[in-house]
Design a protein around this ligand. Sequence first.
Ligand SMILES: Nc1nc2c(ncn2[C@@H]2O[C@H](COP(=O)(O)OP(=O)(O)O)[C@@H](O)[C@H]2O)c(=O)[nH]1
Ligand SMILES: [Mg+2]
Length: 237
Amino acid sequence: MSTPSAQPGGAAAAAAGAVDAATLKPIQVKLVLLGEAAVGKSSLVLRFVNNEFQENKEPTIGAAFLTQKCKLDDKIIKFEIWDTAGQERFHSLAPMYYRNAQAAVVVYDITKPASLDKAKSWVKELQRQANPNIVIALVGNKLDLAATSRGVPAEEASAYAAEAGLLCAEASAKTGDNVMDVFTEIAKKIPLEQLLAARGGRGGASGAGGSGAAGTGRVDLNAGPGGRNTQQGPCAC
Ligand SMILES: Nc1nc2c(ncn2[C@@H]2O[C@H](COP(=O)(O)OP(=O)(O)O)[C@@H](O)[C@H]2O)c(=O)[nH]1
Ligand SMILES: [Mg+2]
């Protein structure tokens, strides 16, 4: 496969270079997952990043960090994902993770109404204290259990989300239902042009992560149990 006009300095080459720069330089988006313990935050991330599911996932300690790249139109988005622990004793750490985040996924378990209450309190906290432009998605996980043990009517969650100005979806980390779509919808709602402009010549989104994420396209999981180090998988974004 040849590129006929690839001489340096040629107009076509310059144009091709411009396309490449826009295409290849990922836009970093810091995303945080919040929600009660055991609603499936880590499982949703594992599904999104690795397309895997573990039946008895051990609880997250503190927080875990993972990355996943997605293509949206001509842009590459690099999600820098902070998967927080849901236990109350870790609550005071949360602002560290949602500070400067461009997106938040607030998760509840559709079989547990109390987990929606907890999700609402996270939304309130984000709306008070996080970046005012943060894109928030409310995700009801464990959709695979809807037929046997649904405890939260879908309409209740979507009415609340509409009122609070959130994206909203039900998903299953177990089956993979809707998981990619959640991240795709978030990517679409983030003002990417603004992020690009803000990035300017500094080569990275401001304040995103600060975590030493490998720039090699590898997923980097530090902290958290298991300590897996996994390859980046394909993304449906
Ligand atoms: N049936 C079902 N179980 C799930 C789903 N997602 C997570 N789980 C299970 O719920 C438990 C808690 O999941 P985990 O991801 O650790 O929750 P976290 O504490 O919110 O990170 C684990 O036993 C998972 O296997 C799902 O979509 N469906
Ligand atoms: Mg977890």
